[in-house]
Each structure stands twice: as structure tokens, then as C-alpha cells.
Design a binder for this molecule. Structure first.
Ligand code: AMP
Ligand code: MG
Length: 271
């Protein structure tokens, strides 16, 4: 099963989210089987991250977008957990500060892009500037409508500089989201996450889906593809994201650098 092919948004194609099933499991029906594949992917990811770091030639940027309770935090924890924290940086993009708002929308984002050898994870991203900003009319259409072009140019710039970009939209159904938001109210250990605004945002679900469809359709490119990950089942979401990351990193054909010195000439002194 090639997950990259199955879930990619083909560049230039229009996406219909209604036609993408958030319950899809690619024929994998046992959690046990999924857990075994995920464990193997953890090992592969850890080794690939080591190579990326050692090679020090390129970077990996993972962008995560989803509706509230869509599973961004869980994906980071369950998929990236075993990766060496030294080689990885997570950036969560919140409501912009007054200083951030006084710059162009990519200003705060550029600074967070991983340098060579590193993995960067965006928990939300510059796509909020064509999602929440568009749906909640935080900027006029004349402003946000130009941003798709700016985003494509920005991501092209990063790709030309050796940053490999993979973008995941974690696709949960509206009913599943409601269950998760309600679960936050029922579990005292999750109360801190409960936010009455999340329920209000559900009024705009259709507008959000339309905004996502536009962002996914206009901004999935060869150098920075979007993937729509079925995310109603957390175990499958983790499996699919881990598979695509492994497939992406393996396709880079990374090599350990040649040692510049002849290690056989090193005298091991026993002082
Ligand atoms: P959370 O991910 O639950 O911590 O919430 C972060 C909030 O910040 C979400 O409601 C986002 O929609 C909001 N946010 C992130 N980026 C932007 C942005 N560029 N403009 C407006 N709101 C944003
Ligand atoms: Mg939230």
C-alpha cells in the first residue's frame, strides 16, 4: 500500500472533502496490525532523522492543519515521540500578536522554518491566514485572496533552499469532532482544553470546509504536497502520517557524510 499516492492532493486538481472519507482505513482493520506497523515506522523515522542530521544538507518541514480536536497534538506525540528532540522543533501558531500583525503574514513563519539537518513541525501554520482569517472575515477578500500565490512562492523559496515540505490536513467528520469536544467536558483532565468558542466555530463548518478545499487545491504542489489524512480513527491517522513521512524521507536517498579523516590513524591513548 502506497499511502503517499492514496492520500496526496494531486497538484492542479480540485479537492472535494465530501468525497474523502474520514473513516477510511485503507483496508487495515486491525488496530493490532496498525500498532505493529507504527512501531516499525518509529524505528525507521528515528534512523532517517539521524541521517538527516548527520548529512546536514536539507531540512524537513511538516505542516499540520485540522479543525479543533482534529488530532494535531496527538499526531505530534504519537508519530514523532521517538524522534530525537535535539533534531526537532515544534512551533504552534496562535492568534498573531500585535507585533506579528504589524508585519506581513509570513514574517513569523519564516523564522520558524527548520535549518539544514533539522525537522520542523508546524502545529497550525501560515494556512490559518487563508482559513480562520477568511471564514471569520479577519481580513478582506482582497487581502486573503492574494495569499495563495504568496504561499506558493514562499514554499518554492524554501524548497529551492533544500527544505522538504509535507503538509497534512487531518480530516475528521463533523460528528466525530462533536464527540471529541464533548469528551473534553466530561474528562476533568481535559477541562483545560475545553473552549466554548470551539462549539461556536461549528456554525461555520461549511465555510471552513470550503476554505480548506481552496487551500488544498491551490497550494498542493510537487515541492510541497498536501495530504488529506482520514482522521476519525486516531490509530489510522498515526499510521498514515508515519507511513508518508517514512516514504518522503526514504525518497531523499540521504547518505552519511564521508569521514574527512582516516579513523584508523587515530591513536587511542589510554591516559
Ligand atoms: P489552539 O490551536 O487551540 O491553541 O488555538 C490557536 C488559535 O489561534 C486557533 O483558534 C487559531 O484559529 C488561531 N490562529 C492561529 N493563527 C491565526 C492567524 N494567523 N490569524 C488568526 N487566528 C489564528
Ligand atoms: Mg483549540
Amino acid at each position: 500500500m502506497n499511502f503517499t499516492k492514496r492520500y496526496i492532493v494531486e497538484p492542479g486538481r480540485k479537492v472535494s472533502l465530501a468525497k474523502r472519507d474520514p473513516d477510511d482505513c485503507a483496508g487495515i482493520d486491525s488496530k493490532k496490525q496498525a500498532r505493529a506497523i507504527l512501531a516499525r515506522n518509529h524505528d525507521r523515522l528515528a534512523k532517517l532523522q539521524y541521517l538527516l542530521y548527520a548529512e546536514n544538507k536539507r531540512a524537513l518541514l511538516i505542516i499540520l492543519q485540522a479543525m479543533d480536536a482534529g488530532g494535531k497534538d496527538g499526531t505530534i506525540r504519537h508519530v514523532m515521540g521517538p524522534v530525537n528532540p535535539q533534531g526537532c522543533r515544534v512551533t504552534s501558531f496562535k492568534v498573531p500578536t500585535p507585533e506579528e500583525l504589524s508585519h506581513d503574514f509570513l514574517w513569523r513563519v519564516h523564522e520558524a522554518v527548520p535549518p539544514r539537518g533539522m525537522i520542523g513541525i508546524f502545529n497550525r501554520s501560515h494556512y490559518e491566514d487563508v482559513l480562520v482569517v477568511r471564514v471569520r472575515k479577519l481580513a478582506p477578500r482582497s487581502v486573503w485572496s492574494k495569499r495563495y500565490r504568496h504561499i506558493n512562492a514562499f514554499e518554492r523559496l524554501l524548497a529551492d533552499g533544500g527544505v522538504h515540505i509535507v503538509k497534512f490536513f487531518l480530516h475528521v467528520g463533523k460528528d466525530e469532532q462533536l464527540e471529541r469536544l464533548k469528551a473534553r467536558l466530561e474528562d476533568p483532565t481535559k477541562h483545560w482544553k475545553a473552549n466554548p468558542k470551539d462549539f461556536d466555530e461549528r456554525k461555520y463548518w461549511g465555510d471552513y470546509m470550503a476554505a480548506y478545499e481552496d487551500a488544498l487545491s491551490k497550494c498542493s504542489t510537487r515541492h510541497a504536497p498536501w495530504f488529506v489524512i482520514p482522521a476519525n480513527r486516531k490509530w489510522f491517522r498515526n499510521l498514515a502520517v508515519s507511513e508518508i513521512l517514512v516514504e518522503t524521507l526514504e525518497s531523499l536517498d540521504m547518505q552519511l557524510p564521508q569521514a574527512e579523516l582516516d579513523v584508523s590513524q587515530i591513536v587511542v591513548g589510554d591516559y
